[in-house]
Design a binder for this molecule. Structure first.
Ligand code: SF4
Length: 229
């Protein structure tokens, strides 16, 4: 009998995804606890799926340090998605570096240029991607399923039904490293200017764009990526 490492359900989903999509599947990792569970399972079980992270240029120092630590510990070759220089320069020239505090539209513009567009470009050439979102995180994610297909692109959300308690238990039981921001009261890992620790009673993404009233999504989990873009 094959030895199964870590969470068996997760392991099987990841392996089946690799078998189905081969080299045309990628894993998008933000180095949240959820994404660390997926990364750990890929590495433990030697499932060779390319891992990408979006480097917006505005992440917390703790996250950059964590990326270095994890890359060495798991001996992974991490791929970086970065903003295109011309639209980024235009945005900065027209709006300055702190535009996200001025309006929701400007915040969404920054998220589009720094996150959504680089991911869209990558996914245009792929058939599937893996994400660590969970249904309890936002209103939009409550409607997400384990497998979603838009424009010929499959999105696999293997942790969609996991609870916060299960995430924390797996992190502890398997000794999976965790971003130090969690020890500082953060419950979601995002860009430094747009994320703060949460207060007792707040939801786990209430520290994202806390000055806004509305969606706690940047766009990467609400956009219809795929061939038709
Ligand atoms: S989270 Fe903030 S800094 Fe990061 S891309 Fe979005 S608006 Fe820009």
């Amino acid at each position: 009998m094959n030895q199964v490492y870590g969470d068996e359900t997760l392991w099987k989903i990841l392996e089946a995804s690799k078998d189905t999509f081969g080299d045309d599947i990628v894993f998008l990792c933000s180095f949240s606890n959820e994404d660390m569970i997926i990364l750990d399972s890929l590495c433990r079980n030697k499932i060779n799926i390319d891992t990408y992270t979006i480097d917006t240029g505005r992440l917390n120092p703790e996250t950059y340090e964590f990326i270095d630590e994890i890359s060495k510990r798991y001996e992974i070759k991490l791929n970086y998605l970065v903003p295109e220089s011309v639209p980024l320069q235009t945005m900065l020239l027209q709006n300055g570096p702190q535009l996200f505090y001025e309006s929701i539209e400007k915040r969404k513009l920054c998220c589009k240029i720094r996150k959504v567009d680089p991911l869209s470009k990558l996914l245009c050439g792929k058939k599937a991607w893996i994400s660590g979102i969970r249904s309890t995180q936002t209103e939009e994610r409550k409607r997400s399923k384990m497998y979603e297909n838009t424009n010929g692109l499959t999105k696999i959300n293997p942790l969609i039904e996991w609870t916060d308690e299960k995430v924390n238990a797996v992190i502890q039981n398997l000794g999976i490293p965790s971003n130090r921001l969690y020890d500082k009261g953060y419950r979601s890992i995002g860009c430094q200017p747009c994320t703060r620790p949460v207060f007792p009673g707040e939801g786990e993404r209430d520290g994202r764009w806390w000055w806004e009233n509305g969606s706690k999504e940047c766009g990467i989990h609400t956009s219809n990526f795929g061939d038709s873009q």
